[in-house]
Ligand binder design. Structure first.
Ligand code: ADP
Length: 540
């Protein structure tokens, strides 16, 4: 018989992360750009004290462990305190995406059974729209002092500062089961209603620890970390936890995520590491190029959420000397599941080869396993060629959706809805999402690869490729372009550029110049909207 290990079974808890951060790195800074523009600065210790005041305040409102507290907020210090105060006290922090339609927002607030909702004052119009639809919510709490509390007709709004002020900065964090729910996040619901993913304390702690590893984001007390990725979606990739584990200075950007505002914050706070979706980095690089600026301290960026174009990787690396860590993950994977990084030998490869490698989504991090399967669920070889649906399993992968009646897993693996290849050395490349892949004449065209190729054209600011119904080929690609200069109109030049980079039969049947592309709440191009608008183009 196998003998059991004789080690303590201490639970991995969010409160333990806070205590560690406050006790080991108590004087480390949290800098936060507020909704109203001012900069707020305090220490991990101050933050932990206020999180305890909040935990007391929530108790005084009658909330108990297991209750759900919603948040509709930007990345700022009160939101951070809520992350710890709510989960630490055994309640569930339900982060809501403010860019959802009010009906969808009300749906997730009701589905999660939020008893209280914490919100930034700038979301008052949203509260006005959703409050009448959310009868279960007993407390609407504005993350501000009393001078910034909005008036919303028919809604009784408390302010955070007055709520927590009477309470001591002492709280006995409960010794919870590490498998109990700590945070809840809903998928963006591009197809059907959003689905809730309930993260356990254990999943968060493990994922945050993983984020700190040198091969992942390499977070230590020498770093200053700016999570641009929102705290309202997938826990900002667990960075608010990872920084307290590692003792890294945390810089929270608030609502202003344009290139100029981010650059200014990166420089003034000496940010060394940031993380966000590619659209954010496009805005930042554009600002740097236009104003001939350079980074003083930035040296690494985590990027994911959608494919990072190779051309942008090259700019970051070669021009701005910033190392790009390209990761893949989804709401269902808590945070980063795979990440690209290079070995010491690979670092010496020619630039273009290195950029190609980083443009792939990389190797799975320890704890996460991947496989790809065909339509019948059979495993496909790891040969870098065979492509199939990506399946994932691991300690911080969803097992089932919140309150779902059907099973999310297939034979113990989570089907991601992404189409990928895996190379013999474990490098995973996302080729498409199942719903975005273009099926032309029985073969697959990767919209991501086409977009990547188009993004390298000097006149292309942003590119999206969608499959359009075609009478002969089933589907054919259409390329939509946001130009850098409006007087560029040469479609043939663009197509010729692509011909040098992809197979001839992949070349889009048409190019449309647009002023902008519809970008959703998490910074991804909304291809559903494009398909609705342009879907009939080739069938006429
Ligand atoms: P949704 O976009 O449906 O709300 P998520 O925000 O959870 O869901 O995003 C997960 C999806 O984003 C993945 O399934 C994948 O399609 C896409 N994605 C994430 N990271 C990358 C990446 N680095 N490259 C390509 N696609 C990515």
């Amino acid at each position: 018989m196998q003998s059991l290990g004789k080690m303590m079974a201490r639970p991995l808890l969010v409160s333990a992360i806070l205590e560690h951060g406050a006790n080991q790195f108590g004087m480390q800074q949290v800098v936060s750009r507020e909704t109203h523009g001012s900069i707020h600065n305090y220490t991990f210790r101050d933050m932990a004290n206020r999180a305890k005041q909040l935990a007391n305040a929530l108790h005084s409102l009658g909330l108990k462990p297991g209750n759900v507290v919603g948040s509709i907020a930007w990345n700022n210090y009160r939101h951070l305190e809520s992350y710890y105060g709510v989960s630490g006290a055994g309640m569930v922090m339900h982060t809501c995406n403010p860019r959802l339609h009010p009906n969808q927002l009300a749906f997730i607030i009701n589905h999660a059974e939020d008893e209280a909702v914490l919100f930034d004052s700038s979301f008052a119009p949203l509260i006005k729209a959703v409050a009448p639809l959310c009868s279960l919510v007993k407390h609407w709490i504005c993350l501000s002092d009393k001078t910034h509390v909005p008036t919303v007709e028919g809604v009784d709004i408390k302010n955070y500062e007055d709520l927590i002020a009477p309470f001591p900065a002492l709280f006995d964090w409960p010794d919870l089961d590490e498998n109990s729910g700590a945070a809840l996040c809903y998928t963006s619901g591009t197809t059907g209603n959003p689905k809730g993913v309930m993260y356990s304390h254990r999943a968060i702690a493990l994922s945050a620890l993983s984020a700190c590893l040198p091969n992942v984001l390499n977070i230590s007390s020498q770093e200053t970390v700016l999570p641009v990725v929102p705290m309202f979606h997938i826990n900002a990739w667990c960075l608010p936890y990872a920084c307290l584990i590692a003792g890294a200075k945390l810089v929270l950007p608030g609502p202003r995520l344009d290139g100029a505002s981010l650059y200014e914050l990166m420089e003034s706070e000496k940010v060394t590491l940031s993380a966000g979706v590619p659209t954010i980095w496009m805005g930042l690089i554009e600002h740097l190029e236009k104003n001939q600026l350079a980074f003083t301290t930035m040296r690494r960026t985590g990027v994911g959420g959608s494919a990072m174009p190779k051309a942008l990787i090259a700019k970051f690396n070669d021009v701005y000397k910033v190392d790009v860590r390209h990761g893949w993950g989804m709401t269902e994977t808590t945070a980063v599941a795979t990440i690209s990084n290079l070995s010491a030998d690979e670092m010496h490869l020619p630039n273009a080869v290195r950029h190609d490698m980083v443009a792939k989504q990389g190797k799975s991090v320890f704890g996460i396993e991947l496989k790809i399967v065909d339509e019948d669920g059979n495993s496909l070889p790891r040969d870098g060629q065979s492509q199939g649906e990506l399946m994932v399993r691991g300690q911080w992968i969803v097992e089932n959706y919140h309150k779902a009646e059907t099973q999310a897993l297939v034979d113990g693996w989570f089907p991601t809805g992404d189409i990928a290849t895996i190379s013999p050395d474990g490098v995973m490349q996302i080729r498409d999402r199942t719903k975005d892949v273009i099926k032309s004449g029985g073969e697959w065209i990767s919209s991501i690869e086409l977009e990547n190729a188009a993004a390298a054209h000097p006149q292309v600011a942003m590119a999206a490729v969608i499959g359009i119904k075609h009478p002969k080929w089933d589907e054919r690609p259409l390329l939509l372009i946001v130009r850098k200069q409006p007087d560029f109109t040469d479609k043939q030049d663009l197509l010729a550029f692509l011909e040098q980079r992809v197979a001839k039969w992949w070349i889009p049947d048409d190019v449309i110049f647009v002023d902008s592309l519809p970008v959703g709440g998490t910074g991804k191009v909304q291809k559903n909207e494009l398909r609705l608008k342009y879907g009939g183009l080739f069938s006429a």
